[in-house]
Design a protein around this ligand. Sequence first.
Ligand code: PNS
Length: 175
Amino acid sequence: MKGVVAIYPGSFDPPTNGHLDLIERGANIFGKLVVAVLHNTEKGAPLFSVTERKEMLTALTRPWKNVAVDSFEGLLVDYARRIGARALLRGIRAISDYEYELQMALMNRKLEPQLETIFMLPAEKYSYLSSRLIKDVFQLGGSVRGLVPPLVEEKLHDKVNGGRPKPARKTGNRQ
Ligand code: PNS
């Protein structure tokens, strides 16, 4: 599929190692992969602005020369038409993702039959990861090390703790 432009759309609030795993898989398959951050989400107020998310994704995807980062608003199929994309990449982590993804894929197909949705599985070690869980855990003082890139961990720290040094945490080990 080296001649195919694909879009990997999402909220990416924030990007996780699961997203990066999928970006790597997509970059290996498609000629060009556009990681597209959705502007207006119904998921409530985002933690990071679209600009911040784009900046993080641009830095994180620098190793892949065929990956670009963009944002879009409105219908995904219209954006795909505008940039000449023929494929949509989505990740499926567990069976619980399937119903939502199936609905979206079929609706997108109804709106634009030429646009093909392609599902990929992230590495198993990331199969339980979501941006929502990362935010919850981090905001409650838990460690997200190894689950998000170090850059994202830093940005989370700046955003949530205002850049203040982290308080020393008890290890939780029994004596
Ligand atoms: O990572 P997310 O938040 O689950 O991504 C959802 C996304 C961005 C793929 C979806 O909300 C979307 O495509 N929104 C754009 C509006 C649209 O086209 N809606 C109809 C899709 S069936």
